[in-house]
Design a protein around this ligand. Structure first.
Ligand code: COA
Ligand code: AMP
Length: 632
């Protein structure tokens, strides 16, 4: 069957399609139906099934006689370490860790925050939670103490599992002081913290609260898998929205298992035993779905890579890892390829390695620019496949289904909607637009299994953010179009979210931080184009009347404030002091117009602009930062 038949098969019988896909999962109680509607317009998948994620990702492969297969390969060029963990070792390690957590009181439904770098123990912590039915929330290591504190207060974890440190090229990231700082700030206090001490830094433990990862597991009874309902939350993953308060995307257990399992063969053309590498971080959704869960649920081998595309030690790292570990499917963000291309434009490093094992490369996380795709195609001689999804969906909305039928690649398009997603391009009034016309991208409800049913502690925000603008649809927050062949093109965000090096960030959140500076009266943050990272945040600050401190000093403080409050991942380094911000007559700041001015793009002067002369002031302030050149 080709893509069109599979998609049509889903359209004609969605219930049958997903019940069939669910047969690939080991259920403790087989669900009687796929979709249910518990009321108030909510949708849930496999709600009356009973199942355990850890069983499906680990134990069942051991039971099936594949215990000696490698489950996790850890390759850490920053520590010069490599390690392999078989499925049977993983089962034993995770069962013991889960037993230790249970002995300290962690039970089904309890939240556990995980704050760890790219080490196998991060996956083991996630799986141990899944084993007990505890709900994990992994926080990316590039976030600072304040962001961690916000998540602690929202998720209210019984326990936090952290590593003593992370390693960025050239510097040690001191996780433990960040963790201590976050707990100090948070109103909610965890009952205990488990600290994994790394060789590179041994952290001081807080007596009565912190336990040592190894010590607290000594002599405990390993825990069995606890069956949970299909609609039991597997995890919460916070992502950026319009404001500084992150959205806690909830993932239910049953749909997550079914959708991820389906995606491995159909999208990525992976078979059990194959080696699959997603070069992302466990703190992002790509890391949840395609470093941890999907490859293991499918019985493949996953790679955990602690390093960067360049500088650890060179621009050949990706190719070395692929060749050495015989990776079949490789998944990364376009920004990573841009970094490699900048250092090795002619692909000299590519030529040094035998890449015959590699069948295809998958890109996601941001728009894949045609130049980058063509460079990768030329250097590697393999299919380079863009696909589009979000933290909210957990797996591909649009992709080229390589395991069903490789479709012709169209540069600039992540190809076609996957079964389960009825994607429409709508105008402001919610009417579908003609092919080739730009509009808001929406998905007809219900969303498929594996996607978010709600936001943690924020049902109202969930409705307002996603379901209200276009009744009957999920609003993706992306704008784009469809062509005559049904291929999608994702062009821009419709909200204030920006994408920096494949990382999703909130300009609203950065504005909240800048506004807290004592000399700042008003501010705006926009995303400007960057040849490496795709976008960078750029801030404008207006100072309080009478403030006569040197502007350079205030700019330095603003940059430091964002790094301190949000974290280095915000990559906030561009900031300018201006007298006024361009606004509409009703007082709305014209951020989109400022972004166009910064990028030197042509734009239509908004009819409602209060004083067009301000745009010249903005342009003048941008020039020293290397932005704001007039369109040619
Ligand atoms: N812990 C602590 N700090 C982190 C971090 C982590 N896990 N990840 C990034 N940072 C820091 C970086 O060290 C950097 O700090 P600096 O300002 O002191 O240099 C800052 O956050 C910005 O990081 P980043 O935007 O990633 O820039 P970079 O210059 O370090 O690397 C790339 C640029 C393109 C090589 C890198 O962003 C990359 O590999 N991107 C791939 C993106 C990706 O995997 N996205 C996930 C979605 S698929
Ligand atoms: P995140 O939730 O961090 O995965 O970010 C999701 C957002 O990243 C999407 O809503 C898009 O704006 C952007 N994005 C992800 N993948 C793609 C892609 N293949 N093409 C264009 N934009 C993408």
């Amino acid at each position: 069957m080709g893509y069109k038949d599979v998609y049509a098969g889903w359209q004609s019988d969605p219930e049958g399609f997903w019940m069939e896909a669910a047969r690939a999962i080991d259920w403790d109680r087989v669900p009687s139906r796929a979709l249910s509607e518990p009321g108030e317009g909510r949708y849930e998948w496999f709600a009356d099934g009973m199942v355990n994620t850890c069983w499906n990702a680990v134990d069942r492969h051991v039971e099936a006689g594949r215990g000696e297969q490698v489950a996790i390969i850890w390759d850490s060029p920053v520590t010069h370490t490599k390690r392999e963990i078989t499925y049977v070792e993983l089962r034993n390690r995770v069962a013991t860790l889960a037993g230790a957590l249970r002995a300290k009181g962690v039970e089904k439904g309890d939240r556990v925050i995980i704050y760890m770098p790219m080490i196998p123990e991060a996956l083991e912590a996630m799986l141990a939670c899944a084993r007990l039915g505890a709900i994990h929330s992994v926080v990316f290591g590039g976030f600072a103490a304040h962001e961690l504190a916000v998540r602690i207060d929202d998720a209210q974890p019984k326990c936090i599992i952290a590593a003593s440190c992370g390693l960025e090229p050239g510097r040690v990231v001191h996780y433990k002081p960040l963790l201590d700082g976050a707990i100090d700030r948070a109103r909610h206090k965890p009952e205990f913290c488990v600290i994994y001490q790394r060789e590179q830094e041994v952290a001081a433990l807080v007596e009565g609260r912190d336990v040592n990862w190894h010590g607290f597991q000594y002599g405990v009874t390993p825990a069995d898998c606890v069956p949970v309902e299909g609609n039991h939350p597997a995890y919460i993953l916070y992502t950026s929205g319009t404001t500084g308060a992150p959205k806690g995307v909830v993932r239910h257990t049953g749909g997550h298992l079914v959708a991820l399992h389906w995606s491995m063969k159909n999208i990525y053309d992976v078979d059990p035993g194959d080696r699959f590498w997603a070069a992302s971080d466990v703190g992002w959704v790509v890391g949840h779905s395609y470093i941890c869960y999907a490859p293991l649920i499918y019985g493949a081998t996953t790679l955990v890579f602690e390093g960067k595309p360049v500088g650890t030690p060179d621009a050949g790292t990706f190719w070395r890892v692929i060749s050495e570990h015989r990776v079949k499917s490789f998944f990364t963000a376009p920004t990573a390829f841009r970094a490699v291309k900048r250092e090795d434009p002619a692909g000299e490093f590519v030529a040094k390695y035998d890449l015959s094992c590699l069948k295809a490369v998958y890109l996601a996380g941001e728009r894949a620019d045609p130049d980058t795709i063509v460079w990768a195609q030329t250097m590697l001689g393999k299919p380079v496949i863009d696909h589009w999804w979000q933290t909210e969906t957990g797996w591909g909305i649009a992709a080229n289904p390589m395991g069903i039928e490789p479709l012709p690649v169209k540069l600039g398009s992540p190809s076609v909607p996957m079964p389960g997603y009825d994607v429409r391009i709508l105008d402001e009034g919610g009417h579908e637009v003609a092919p080739g016309t730009l509009g808001a991208i929406a998905i007809r409800l219900p969303l498929p299994p594996g996607t978010l049913p709600t936001l943690w502690n924020a049902e109202e925000r969930f409705r307002k953010s996603y379901l209200t603008h276009f009744p009957g649809f999920y609003e993706t927050g992306d704008a784009g179009m469809k062509d005559e062949d049904g291929y999608l093109y994702i062009m821009a965000r419709t909200d204030d979210v920006i994408n920096v090096a494949g990382h999703r960030l909130s300009t609203g959140g950065m504005e909240e931080v800048l506004a807290s500076h004592p000399d700042v009266a008003e501010c705006a943050v926009i995303g400007v184009s960057d040849p490496l990272k795709g976008q960078l945040p750029l801030g404008f600050v207006c100072l309080n009347r009478g403030c006569d401190r040197p502007h350079a000093e205030i700019v330095r403080e603003c940059v430091a404030l964002v790094r301190d409050r949000i974290g280095p991942v915000a990559a906030f380094k561009l900031c300018a002091v201006v007298d006024r911000l361009p606004k509409t007559r009703s007082g709305k700041i014209l951020r989109a117009t400022m972004a166009k001015v910064a990028d030197g793009e042509p734009f239509k002067l908004p009819a409602t602009i209060d004083d067009p002369a301000i745009l010249d002031e903005i342009r003048a302030a941008l020039e020293p930062l290397g932005y704001g050149r007039l369109p040619a």
